[in-house]
Write a protein that binds this ligand. Structure first.
Ligand code: MLT
Length: 285
């Protein structure tokens, strides 16, 4: 894990930084997870790409924001991180909440975007009902703690096959979610509730884009994902059988194969190898 101070010296964020090769890929985690969710992708991609997987403020090893924030602020955090690392352009990938931030990143920092990977996410904002539910959950987590929220979320996240055949995936998710503080969860819920509509952006996306979704995703269903992916010119759409909402964790081999096929065929950026890789190989990039 590396650490860097951003936001005018106010906040330290942590991030994984491994690999080198054909370009840089940023992977943004979902809610309320951490960059740990991308471990298998880091392993699979590191000999061909440099992967940066940050913890959003309040999650994993990153400091908690003292005040509420918007998803635009999270996008700016990632932009600042890339600038600090001397990375000009990267593929910006995110799952679910990470995807919401990827849309916001595209809106605000398009010159830094070499491609998009939008996993188990959606461009539309919350309905009034969804917003009310987030406010209820934010109150619940503050009153009763993280476990109350985890128990509400878990049944919606994983496919039936994952829950019966791969219990270790549920254990990993529970450990990640359990590591968050009530205020980190409440802040993220409020930020998601106030997120902007990204649908007007879709027709203007001019970078290679992969939309990927679990076939059993209840929260961002495949039919909806396929429909909005058509608004992005040339977007590649992939459906992952046997996976629910956390497709990269539930079916890592399939997810990695589709991601690598997309990156190898459609994306090149040229950026220096990672800090860790330089340290390992002795090269100076
Ligand atoms: C996530 O996995 O990041 C969440 O499902 C996003 C959301 O609650 O909208």
């Amino acid at each position: 894990m590396r650490r860097l101070t951003i936001d005018d010296g106010q906040l330290e964020i942590s991030f994984r930084d491994v690999g080198s090769g054909r370009g840089v890929v940023v992977l943004l985690h979902g809610f309320p997870f951490t960059s740990e969710m991308w471990t298998s992708q880091l392993d699979a991609l590191a000999d061909r790409y440099r992967i940066i997987a940050p913890d959003f403020r309040g999650f994993g090893g990153s400091q908690t924001s003292p005040h509420s924030y918007t998803l635009a602020r999270l996008a700016d955090d990632i932009s600042e991180l890339l600038v600090s690392l001397g990375i000009e352009r990267a593929v910006i990938g995110g799952l679910s909440m990470g995807g919401y931030v990827a849309f916001e990143f595209y809106r605000r920092h398009v010159q830094q975007v070499a491609g998009l990977v939008l996993a188990d996410t959606r461009p539309d904002p919350d309905s009034a009902e969804a917003r009310a539910n987030r406010h209820r959950m934010a109150a619940l987590v503050q009153a009763e703690g993280v476990t109350a929220v985890v128990e509400q979320l878990i049944p919606k996240l994983l496919s039936p096959e994952t829950r019966t055949e791969r219990p270790e995936v549920e254990r990993r998710l529970r450990a990640m979610m359990g590591s968050a503080t009530p205020s980190a969860i409440a802040h993220a819920l409020e930020a998601m509730a106030s997120r902007r509509d990204a649908r007007p952006l879709l027709a203007s996306v001019s970078v290679p884009t992969l939309v990927v979704v679990g076939a059993d995703d209840q929260l961002t269903p495949p039919d909806e994902s396929r429909a909005w992916s058509r608004a992005i010119d040339g977007a590649v759409f992939e459906r992952i059988d046997g996976a629910g909402h956390v497709s990269n964790l539930e079916r890592p081999q399939t997810f990695n194969a589709r991601l690598l096929a997309f990156l190898d065929a459609r994306v090149t950026t040229s950026d220096p190898p990672s800090h860790e890789n330089r340290a390992l190989t002795g090269r100076d990039g």
